[in-house]
Write a protein that binds this ligand. Sequence first.
Ligand code: NAD
Length: 263
Amino acid sequence: KGDLMAGKRGLVMGVANQNSIAWGIAQQLAAQGAEMAFTYQGEALERRVRPLIESIGMDTMISADVTNDDEMDAAFATLKEKYGKLDFVVHAIAYAGKDELKGSMVHNTTREGFARAMDISVFSFIDVCRRASEMMEEGGSIINLTYLGSERVIPSYNVMGVAKAGLEAATRYAARDMGKQGVRVNAISAGPMRTLALMGIKGSKTLMSAGRDMSLLGEDTKMEGVAGAALYLLSPIGASITGEVLHVDAGFHVVGVPEPSEE
Ligand code: NAD
């Protein structure tokens, strides 16, 4: 417990269940004194998400599908009414169809699937930055979640890798657009974590085991580390950091060739 986020109010987008990265981050922020509102995707998730939110003493939950402009308008209107100004945003949302997250990208990505993955995983971030900037006139901090599939070829990641490359570029442009108003914008590139989103990728077990066995630390990426990085980037101790992609993956991203098992 601490007070790094005392007096700060923010929005957390992307809690689906207790394994969600957004939930790990929210718990850490609450322990440091942050007050948060949560958006979730549709009424079906409400029953799962509400008890989580209440367990950390929060109660503002807004249903918002990021592809629905009316819901997004309503969500930010509610936020404005409740908080007036916003200090931080956590964007932890991505989507690609199951058929796109297997086999090869060249054969499995349709025009429609591509557009949907980009809309939910990239445009939604740009849209949220624009909406949040109006409530961040005195500065703030925004983060999103990305993955190494943007930089390297990862089995089955396919169109999501292209989307994450777009998201990371969007992070840099948003950092430019909002820099002069004192808003920092950064991405966390997390190693594989056992969440609903990961389970949607064919071969997710291999992503997990390679992410652990080939990593420098030889361990799974810990939620504690991802949430700690979020706290760092969202709090005043992350001052002067913007436009950055911070890897939290037990060092996997710097490995070229795995260590030989025997010589
Ligand atoms: P998750 O399934 O718990 O979270 C994904 C969230 O996206 C869910 O809350 C879902 O409701 C939301 N979402 C999808 N489509 C939406 C829409 N149209 N409108 C509103 N919300 C929508 O999984 P997660 O792993 O916690 O994913 C969070 C973020 O972390 C994603 O951007 C993901 O790509 C990224 N990430 C995950 C991993 C991993 O290994 N799990 C690694 C690196 C980055």
